[in-house]
Design a protein around this ligand. Structure first.
Ligand code: TNX
Length: 549
């Protein structure tokens, strides 16, 4: 072994040029296989060590276990590369994850040589990480995460987190015994996503969720490398975002929710806080207002938005309300311009949602006029319109992103739009709707798309799912949580976990890793982690959860 290599076979420095002296295998059809290195290590990998790498969720492109391991101790430090506030933020975030359970100080330095070191490279140096990928290397004395962008470092940190004992997620100092030492088995993970768009959707209109509740969900989804949060901000039952010059949208439309609760709304300052929090987790928020249907709350707030000029009563029940904006009225156009303009200004990301689903109370001509106006507004504000798949029927190609949510085969218009350049987000309700019941015993949720057990959520291929649509038209996947029956964070947890990680894996992992038998074991390994985090997940009988989780 050459002198510049450490005892474990990894160079201590210049890992960008590393060629590892361990065998690397890629799991095809059986999940991630674990390569066992040649016999130059002190000890062969144990089953526990190997399973840590096999349990990474979403499954990485390549994972390799080796002998030995790194232990977080009272002197462990974290370092960020100089010159990147984003990377420094990830380093601080990592230290913040490690401190509570270990009780160690975990100092963070910039430009230093920490025991856990974050490094930024560039694609020009020939690596394959892309904008979100990373290389994580764990040796006896050092852990290095390399990426081209801070987002890749953040995703690498999520992987590292899963290689630590689940007790690391506890928020108070835990006693260290030999079996709970803060050790990370040696090895490496090279990783990058299959799709750049991996979203979770949250309906804050049917029930309102506060800023801390949404932040909690952002933390949960970012564990699984989700990078977009689509917020359904308006519907018949509530309007949840303050819009300047339109105070009644929230003063009237924000005061209701399903079941008769008090509802609520975000001020623009609160919404900005959410956007910033999401950014700190490398999650981009997509705001959606839903037009021309699903607008009863707005029609209650501003009677002039109705064709008959009469105010509607906001809905507090599930479904049922067939509402429509009035096409062709100057007030409707001003409303769309103002709302979309202000939402676009609050949005650092590329997409602004205009809804467009289930507009049964709108004529086809009025539908096309309103969707066109809304899409044009979004474009004029420098953003990309995001619409439900129905928007392609009115004006093929009008939205740049169309979300497929039905359970039927794609319509001719959807295929035509995809052929003409519209990008598709896939969330077929019978696989990706987190609000559907798991089975007949599920207390929460709806069942119009059928029961969606964990295997149903997992067993489909977004690349080939839509017959007649070229895989290149697929932007990515989304798991939506509609909240007609969901009123608390515990309710969110119960429906989202463990199905959200299933959709997250479809979005991130190479298609070749797709394997239900391996996936259910990866999920099982998350159980103790969710318990430590206080995530009230559904103990699906399809998953062999470890005892006590
Ligand atoms: C359909 S998804 C809807 C939502 C409901 C959901 C309930 C979509 C575009 N429309 O308004 O909340 O079903 O599962």
């Amino acid at each position: 072994m050459s002198a510049h290599r450490s005892r474990t076979g990894f160079p201590r420095r210049s890992l960008f040029a590393a060629s590892f002296a361990v065998v690397v295998l890629v799991g095809i059809g059986v999940g991630v296989a674990i390569g066992v290195g040649p016999a130059h290590h002190d000890a062969p990998p144990t089953a526990v060590q190997a399973s840590a790498y096999a349990s990474i969720l979403p499954a990485p492109v390549r994972a390799t276990a080796a002998g030995g391991g790194f232990t977080v101790t009272a002197s462990t430090s974290v370092s960020a590369p100089s010159g990147s506030a984003g990377a420094r933020g990830v380093a601080d975030y990592l230290a913040g994850l490690l401190r509570p359970a270990t009780g160690y100080p975990v100092p963070v330095t910039t430009g230093g040589d920490g025991d856990i070191r974050l490094e930024l490279g560039s694609a020009a140096s020939g690596n394959q990480y892309g904008a979100e990928g990373y290389l994580l290397t764990v040796a006896d004395r050092q852990i290095v995460i390399q990426a081209n962008q801070p987002a890749g470092l953040f995703h690498g940190v999520q992987t590292l987190r899963q290689l630590l004992p689940a007790a690391i997620e506890q928020r108070t100092a835990q006693a260290v015994t030999s079996s709970t030492a803060w050790s990370v088995p040696s090895g490496s993970v090279l990783d990058s996503p299959r799709f750049g768009y991996r979203a979770a959707g949250l309906d804050v209109a049917r029930h309102f969720f506060t800023v801390p509740q949404v932040e909690r969900y952002i933390d949960e989804i970012s564990l699984y490398k989700i990078d977009y949060l689509h917020l359904h901000l308006t519907d018949d039952q509530g309007w949840r975002i303050a819009i300047d010059n339109w105070p009644n949208l929230t003063a009237v439309g924000g005061r209701t929710e399903i079941g008769g609760g008090a509802g609520g709304y975000y001020t623009q300052a609160q919404y900005r806080q959410l956007v910033a929090y999401a950014q700190s987790r490398f999650v981009t928020i997509i705001p959606e207002i839903d037009v021309p249907g699903h607008v009863t709350a707005a029609l209650a707030a501003y009677p002039g938005l109705n064709c008959d000029g009469k105010a509607r009563t906001p809905s507090t029940v599930i479904g049922g309300a067939f509402s429509s904006l009035c096409a062709g009225k100057p007030l409707t156009d001003t409303f769309l311009d103002d709302v979309i303009g202000q939402l676009a200004a609050l949005t650092p990301g590329p997409y602004v949602g205009i809804g467009g689903d289930e507009a049964q109370a709108t004529s086809p001509a009025a539908y096309a006029a309103i969707v066109d106006r809304a899409a044009a507004d979004v474009r004029a504000d420098g953003k990309i319109p995001w619409g439900w798949q129905e928007t392609t029927a009115a004006n093929p190609g009008t939205p740049d992103v169309a979300a497929y949510w039905h359970t039927d085969p794609p319509t001719a218009q959807l295929k035509q739009a995809a052929g003409a350049g519209t990008k598709l987000v896939l969330m077929p309700a019978n696989h990706a709707y987190l609000d559907q019941k798991y089975d007949q015993n599920t207390k929460l949720g709806l069942k119009w798309a059928g029961y969606v057990e964990v295997q149903d959520a997992y067993d489909w291929n977004p690349g080939t799912y839509l017959a007649g649509v070229d895989p290149s038209a697929v932007l990515g996947v989304e798991a939506d949580l509609w909240t007609e029956t969901v009123a608390s964070s515990a309710d969110i947890d119960y429906l989202a976990f463990p199905r959200l990680p299933a959709i997250a894996e479809l979005g991130w992992s190479p298609a070749a890793t797709h394997d239900w038998a391996a996936f259910r074991l990866r999920l099982a390994a998350q159980g103790p982690r969710w318990k430590a985090l206080g995530v009230a997940y559904f103990k699906s009988p399809q998953v062999p959860w470890p005892a006590g989780s």
